[in-house]
Design a binder for this molecule. Structure first.
Ligand code: 13P
Ligand code: SF4
Length: 299
């Protein structure tokens, strides 16, 4: 059954001159059919450079929106309309405008896990791979950083000379927020090297051996034999495929429900019926493009 769907996806992809981009947290069967797998930054860069007519984005809404903003002449499809990121919904444009009024002179740095309308209010965006470099590049001494307060805290720990104000206080990803010191202790008892995503709480970051974006995890995974990944569960599938001789432990309950909404059926439907095409108001696209392009120019 799956073979038939996969064959149709591959045929249609060729006929429509489409590329399938997929995030490292996608379910295994989607990882297997992707042309490119990566973290948010790698996928944004690939989307901007895409020459294909159609980009099928297997990930969540903010990622597909970023692809559209960077490459507006392409058809960008998100196979499931309601694959969102609850973290993005912590922040609204009005909250950013209000924080700017309260902190005149502060720079606004938005994690790409934010809505397009919020990005339109930002000075620059960042991902977990470049957040520290982005904030370091700014002249401003005070930085309003949202919507992930754990990532804000991580950046603050690396750049103590600036004041990083989380926007809002308490914005978090429910998948990473669930990790605790017990997870770190268990991993240490197994003798694993621990690597956590910077969206994890401070005590988990402090207890871990390494902190990295999902792309960073891909780059580092060769350097030890047994790992505990303090991040989304299907990161392990990605790494086991790349490094079959390494061992990766994960927490079974660490599942991003929105990432799992994408299925082979929905990818096929997406290519057949152009669902769901990302459409954003021109004004938002133009304004949101500025902070995203600023981030990409720092490479
Ligand atoms: P990465 O940019 O590290 O892939 O992270 C994206 C994300 O949504 C983490 O939860
Ligand atoms: Fe959003 Fe968390 Fe899912 Fe990443 S893992 S897409 S931050 S909800």
């Amino acid at each position: 059954m799956n073979e038939e769907i996969i064959r149709e996806i591959l045929e249609l992809k060729k006929r429509r001159n489409a590329v399938i981009l997929a995030h490292n947290y996608q379910p295994p069967e989607i990882q297997d059919i992707a042309d490119i797998l990566g973290d948010s930054l790698e996928l944004a860069i690939r989307a901007k450079e895409a020459r294909e007519d159609v980009i099928v984005f297997c990930g969540v809404l903010f990622m597909a929106e970023t692809a559209k903003i960077l490459n507006p002449s392409k058809t960008v499809l998100l196979p499931e309309k309601d694959a969102g990121c609850p973290l993005a919904d912590f922040l609204t444009p009005e909250m950013i405008r209000e924080a700017r009024r309260e902190h005149p002179g502060a720079a606004v740095v938005l994690y790409v896990n934010s809505t397009a309308a919020s990005k339109a209010e930002a000075d620059i965006t960042c991902t977990s791979a470049n957040a520290v470099d982005v904030v370091r590049s700014l002249e401003a001494e005070t930085v309003l950083f949202g919507p992930d307060s754990n990532l804000a805290d991580y950046v603050q720990s690396k750049i103590p000379e600036k004041q990083i104000i989380p926007l809002p206080r308490g914005g978090h990803c429910y998948v990473h927020q669930q990790f605790t010191c017990d997870d770190v202790i268990e991993a240490a008892e197994r003798g694993d090297v621990t690597i956590c995503h910077p969206e994890c709480p401070r005590e988990v970051r402090n207890g871990s051996d390494l902190v990295a974006s999902t792309g960073g995890m891909v780059r580092m995974a060769e350097s030890a034999r047994t790992w505990t990944l303090l991040t989304e569960r299907d990161m392990a599938y990605r790494l086991r495929t790349l490094y079959p001789d390494r061992i990766f432990h994960v927490k079974e309950g660490a599942v991003c429900r929105d990432m799992k909404k994408i299925t082979l059926d929905s990818v096929l439907r997406s290519l057949r019926t152009d669902t769901y095409e990302i459409e954003l108001p021109d004004e938002i696209m133009e304004r949101a493009k500025v902070p995203i392009e600023r981030m990409l120019a720092l490479r």
